[in-house]
Design a protein around this ligand. Structure first.
Ligand SMILES: Nc1nc2c(c(=O)[nH]1)N[C@H]1C(S)=C(S)[C@@H](COP(=O)(O)O)O[C@H]1N2
Ligand SMILES: [Mo]
Length: 378
């Protein structure tokens, strides 16, 4: 593969917002929906009253249709975010407008929801075609899941955590009836991006066709009207935005967009941890402060995070809430900063007791590994 191709999945740094932001917690679901739908106060009032709803004109009704049904299986409300009390800590949930964006699209496809269809075809007994409202009528569930780009370097910001809403992908594929000889789920977008992963990854994990993100319909830049989310897989093999078709096929017949460009066929997200506070290169005031960051260990969960300051011992950090086995956890460690220059390193251990590898790997072909370290001055 050429150098250009290897670099291709990296993104324009301008499109990567800092991974900090205001937590969406504290707002009611209805408020969030109302804002996302552009309805404002009037919309919220309409939602509160079915009779008012019926009296409104077609325009309002159309706007209201972008409001998602409630999940049949809802998650408990989010816990208090430790980021509220530890300044500089990355928020538990990444607000959608701060969520990293990676795609090959030159402009965001604008999709007419009334003519949009999702088809499931290929090596199946019963091909399926769904409209947007068919999709919304399926049982919807919520999923807290951390999505990472394979191009995320150690310590990088191409990773985000969201509460997704969608329907089960495994159920849909079961209904389509894949042939025994098929081994790949290849999804395609409105703009002809493709991503493929092993059918075997539909192993009971909560893979979904997502229609909602953080309490609102998927924002256009994150794939409206629908995208795939597969817990534990990098985006380039799974997370197709502006989804239009799913083809059940074989790896030896077809491959996703990035595979012929030298990236690995299989894309399980690697366990990683990141130091956000203090930032690399920062100058810190002497005295009481925190070392803090996030860590993720897909399909298992983070059991512990340890921090090493200069040549010292590994110190156990305090962990934030574990939303699910596939979300990041925040961690922090109080620190009495002493004058001088310091190197701080962190490492995670997953629920199976496996320690994050120190072996340094580049992002290509299947994701970066190694321990994140920062150099700071007090
Ligand atoms: N249609 C489309 N979907 C796509 C891509 C793309 O280029 N086009 N890129 C994938 C990659 S590489 C990643 S990491 C995720 C990023 O999702 P996000 O932009 O919502 O963070 O989207 C995936 N889905
Ligand atoms: Mo990616």
């Amino acid at each position: 593969m050429t150098e250009d191709e290897r670099k291709a999945p990296e993104i324009d740094p301008k499109s990567v917002p800092a991974a900090s932001g205001r937590s969406p917690s504290g707002r009611s679901r209805r408020q969030i929906l109302a804002m996302a739908g552009g309805l404002g106060v009037a919309g919220a009032a309409l939602l509160a009253s079915g009779t008012l709803f019926k009296k409104q004109g077609a325009k309002v009704v159309q706007k209201l249709q972008t409001i998602l049904p409630l999940p049949t299986k809802a998650l408990p409300p989010l816990p208090a975010d430790p980021a509220l009390t530890i300044p500089g800590l990355t928020p538990l949930i990444t607000p959608s407008n701060h969520f990293f964006q990676i795609d090959t699209a030159t402009s965001i496809p604008s999709i007419d929801i009334s003519s949009w269809r999702l088809t499931i075809t290929g090596m199946v007994k019963n091909p399926i075609t769904l409209t947007y409202s068919d999709l919304l009528k399926r049982p919807l569930f919520e999923l807290d899941d951390t999505l990472s780009c394979v191009s995320n370097p150690v310590g990088g910001f191409l990773v985000g955590n969201a509460r997704w809403l969608g329907c089960r992908l495994d159920d849909l594929i079961k209904e389509a009836g894949p042939l025994a000889s098929a081994d790949q789920l290849l999804s395609r977008s409105e703009d002809d991006f493709t991503a493929g992963f092993p059918l075997a990854n539909l192993d009971g994990r909560d893979a979904m066709i997502a229609v909602g993100m953080n309490g609102a319909p998927l924002p256009p830049r994150h794939g409206y009207p629908a995208r795939i989310i597969v817990p534990g897989l990098y985006g380039y093999v799974s997370a197709t935005k502006w989804l239009t078709s799913i083809e059940i096929t074989r790896f030896d017949a077809e491959e996703g967009y990035w595979i012929s460009r030298g990236w690995s066929r299989l894309g399980p997200i690697k366990m990683e941890s990141r130091i956000d506070l203090p930032a690399d290169g920062a100058t810190v005031d002497k005295g009481a402060t925190h070392i803090a960051g996030i860590a993720w260990a897909p399909n298992s969960g983070v059991k512990s995070v340890e921090v090493k300051i200069d040549g010292g011992p590994w110190l156990p950090a305090t962990l934030g809430p574990q939303l699910s086995g596939t979300t990041w956890r925040q961690w922090w460690l109080p620190w009495d900063a002493v004058s001088g220059s310091h190197t701080i390193v962190c490492r995670a251990t997953n629920a199976k007791g496996e320690v994050q590898t120190p072996t340094v790997a580049d992002v290509a072909p299947n994701g970066a590994s190694g321990w994140h370290s920062v150099q700071i001055t007090v």
